[in-house]
Design a protein around this ligand. Structure first.
Ligand code: ZN
Length: 80
C-alpha cells in the first residue's frame, strides 16, 4: 500500500535545513514538495526483483521553473 509523506514534518525539516536557498540551476525560488514517497533501490538490469536489496525512501522537491529535482530521504527527515 502506498504510504504518504507526513507533509507537516517534511516542510518543517525543509524550513530548518534548507531555509530559503534558491534553485542551483536557475536561481529562482519556487518549489513544489511531493507528498508521495518514492523509493530508490539498487539497479539490477532488466530484472526487477521485489523485496531484494536495500530501499531508500525519498520524496522529490521540484523547482517549478526549471524542473531541477532534489531528493530528500524520508527517514532522515523523519517524515515517513
Ligand atoms: Zn530551477
Amino acid at each position: 500500500m502506498e504510504k504518504k509523506l507526513d507533509s507537516q514534518i517534511a516542510l518543517k525539516h525543509l524550513q530548518e535545513k534548507w531555509g530559503t536557498k534558491p534553485c542551483q540551476m536557475c536561481e529562482k525560488n519556487n518549489w513544489s514538495v511531493s507528498d508521495t514517497i518514492f523509493e530508490l533501490h539498487p539497479y539490477q538490469g532488466e530484472n526487477i526483483i521485489i523485496g531484494s536489496g536495500p530501499i531508500v525512501p525519498i520524496f522529490p522537491v521540484t523547482c517549478n521553473n526549471c524542473g531541477n529535482t532534489i531528493l530528500v530521504n524520508a527517514i532522515v527527515s523523519k517524515s515517513i
